[in-house]
Ligand binder design. Structure first.
Ligand code: C2E
Ligand code: CA
Ligand code: CA
Length: 595
């Protein structure tokens, strides 16, 4: 016997008979199912009972007064009681917390409207999620069919959690921050956003591997979680970025909290299995509604302030100021210019000579990009190269410059026999990009440039150190005869691993060492040993940023004779460079080379 719920809410009992049969002599079997309608009074009490007991759902019958008439065995175990205790008593005696609950209201509603209602709800006293079908009965009262769906709910919640929580740190993510902040905005409540960025995580990933990076992130996350209270919640945005949703406190208090965050980063982190790592944090702070009225703007203001804070050495924090917004607009104007037609953008280049201090002869030139922006005026290459690198436009930008330079080199070579090595600055992303080098070599071929006349300058960067693509590209350059110089030598990190890892021809000693000549004995000693190091591995040397005669003398006695700097010339416009070095001095250079 099987109870079947009809659309009108009545229960139709079916009498079902199943008989197994053998279909053929080969042993295959089947069943025949007989089914016919039956009514409840047709059923012997014992049969009805046995059917209800064999159901896999919980089942209960209640009258208008919410008194139990019957519950089956499954219901007994779900309710954690026995039918002896339950039958005849009121639902609300058994489950006092159900009075006025959503369960109560739904049952009433089903009876009032005489229709079946299905719902899922949590009954706290039992700690169970119920899926319930309440079927009002024609004669009064109602039947409940129910299942314990707690496991299913838990899976759903975990899924939801994986959408809203970060896997690595278990912290709520950007999605949840957005939801919570918007909820505060809709309640008219003020709040503060702290935008955190870890400064040297990329470096740690590159040098010690991603396990170390993950360990650092977890460590930092653990410390940040310590701040959590009713006024403060911490989120992981992505990668090396975190955010804190904080109370709307007066500025000193907000500042104290920012200091408390930076304090975490004062000590070096001792992360299991890795060496002591030192890491800094940059924090941007923005307040709702003072700084912006939309969450998207509050957070992007905090991010803008964070980028400003990044420019300060070590851990630091800055409050958002409207002037910073001007910086952001400037950045997007630069981005736009770089993404547009470079021919009309106002981008050009200058050349700075590299001079042999002992003979005063030009031995090389460095290409330095310039941009006369139609609205922003002259922009420093430091600024627009960084934007280009971050947005991927550095490839077309560099190829654009390189082509202009090659056209000029070819012209000078034809007209004046010009053959001075010309250096072009590269960024880490270019060096790792084989397609860039395909185009670069194609341009060398197209303008018939002797590869020996071309030098590329690379900077020491963590990302470069172990990239297989970079090594491959540099080896390709070397095999073609292109010279490779390390720029800003001594300022970066792991200089020695650089020298042994990459095919380096030349070292450009950073200006910061040259500046200290005659001022700081210790730096002079370091400089001397840098020069020794370069000589011992047969690298050429260039001193950058030479401004004073005293520097020239020191460098020459230390046998570093090639100099680049304002003492000789600033980066020159092409026509000026041509007049001074290409046309006039041509003879002198040719003669001195033949000596
Ligand atoms: P860098 O490669 O280290 O270039 C040397 C910088 O020092 C140049 O600044 C140059 O004008 C400046 N300089 C040269 N001699 C002296 C001196 O005696 N005293 C002082 N104080 N400064 C001196 P600039 O032209 O502003 O370029 C800045 C940086 O922008 C460059 O540093 C380079 O990293 C980057 N850059 C410039 N052009 C390009 C380019 O075409 N591509 C790439 N990827 N980066 C470029
Ligand atoms: Ca350079
Ligand atoms: Ca340099």
């Amino acid at each position: 016997m099987y109870p079947f719920l009809l659309k009108n809410g009545e229960i139709q009992w079916l009498s079902v008979k199943v008989r197994g049969i053998r279909l053929s002599s080969d042993g295959s079997h089947g069943v025949v199912i007989y089914r016919k309608k039956a009514s409840l009074h047709d059923i012997e009490p014992i049969t009805a009972e046995s059917v209800l007991e064999s159901m896999t759902d919980g089942f209960a019958l209640l009258n208008n007064q919410f008194q139990f008439h019957y519950i089956n065995e499954i219901a007994e175990s779900m309710f954690r009681t026995t039918r002896e205790k339950v039958v005849g008593t009121s639902l609300f005696d058994v489950f006092p917390e159900a009075v006025d609950s959503s369960f109560h209201h739904t049952y009433k509603k089903a009876m009032a409207e005489q229709r079946i209602i299905e719902f899922v709800d949590y009954y706290q006293p039992l700690g169970v999620w119920f899926h319930i079908k309440v079927a009002p009965l024609k004669k009064g009262g109602f039947a409940l069919y129910f299942q314990d769906v707690s496991d299913q709910k838990r899976v759903e919640e975990q899924l939801l959690e994986s959408v809203n929580y970060d896997y690595l740190t278990g912290m709520p993510n950007r999605c949840l921050l957005t939801m919570k902040s918007n909820a505060l905005i809709s309640l008219g409540k003020k709040f503060t956003i702290y935008y955190l960025n870890l400064d040297n995580l990329r470096l740690i990933n590159a040098v010690y591997g991603h396990d170390a990076g993950d360990a650092v992130l977890k460590h930092v996350a653990g410390k940040l979680k310590g701040f959590t209270n009713e006024n403060c919640e911490v989120f992981r945005l992505d990668g090396d970025e975190f955010a804190v949703l904080y109370a709307p406190e007066p500025k000193e208090k907000l500042e104290n909290f920012a200091k408390a965050i930076t304090d975490i980063f004062e000590q070096t982190l001792i992360v299991h299995n890795f060496q002591d790592l030192s890491i800094h944090v940059s924090i941007g702070i923005s307040c709702y509604p003072n700084d912006a009225l939309l969450f998207s703007e509050v957070i992007s203001n905090a991010e803008t302030a964070m980028y400003e804070a990044k420019k300060i050495r070590g851990s630091s924090y800055l409050f958002f100021r409207p002037a910073m917004d001007a910086l952001r607009k400037r950045k997007s104007a630069i981005e736009e210019g770089l993404a547009g037609n470079l021919d009309d953008a106002g981008i050009y280049y200058t050349l700075q000579p590299q001079i042999d201090g002992s003979t005063r002869e030009i031995v090389g030139a460095e290409v330095l990009a310039r941009w006369a922006h139609p609205e922003l005026g002259e922009i420093s290459p430091l600024e627009f190269i960084e934007v280009a690198e971050a947005t991927g436009t550095v490839v077309p930008l560099t190829l654009h410059l390189v082509e202009k330079v090659f056209i000029q080199m070819k012209e000078w070579n034809l007209l004046f026999g010009w053959s001075v090595q010309t250096a072009i600055n590269m960024t880490p992303s270019l060096l790792a990009n084989p397609r860039f080098f395909d185009s670069f070599f194609e341009l060398i071929g197209r303008y018939e440039i002797q590869p020996e006349m071309v030098e590329i300058e690379i900077t020491e960067q963590a990302e470069l150190t172990y990239s297989a693509e970079t090594l491959e590209n540099l080896l390709l350059c070397k095999s073609r005869g292109i010279s490779i110089a390390i720029d800003d030598f001594g300022t970066g990190f792991s200089m020695i691993s650089y020298l042994t890892h990459f095919p380096i021809n030349k070292i450009k000693i950073d200006r910061s060492f040259i500046q200290k000549i005659g001022k700081d004995r210790k730096s002079e000693a370091v400089l001397k040993s840098l020069i020794q190091l370069a000589k011992s591995i047969e690298c050429e040397l260039v001193a950058e940023g030479v401004e004073r005669q005293e520097e020239v003398e020191f460098l020459e006695t230390s046998s570093c004779t090639i100099h680049q700097g304002y003492l000789y010339d600033r980066p020159l416009q092409i026509r000026d460079f041509e007049a001074k070095y290409v046309k006039l001095d041509r003879k002198f250079f040719q003669e001195s080379k033949e000596e």
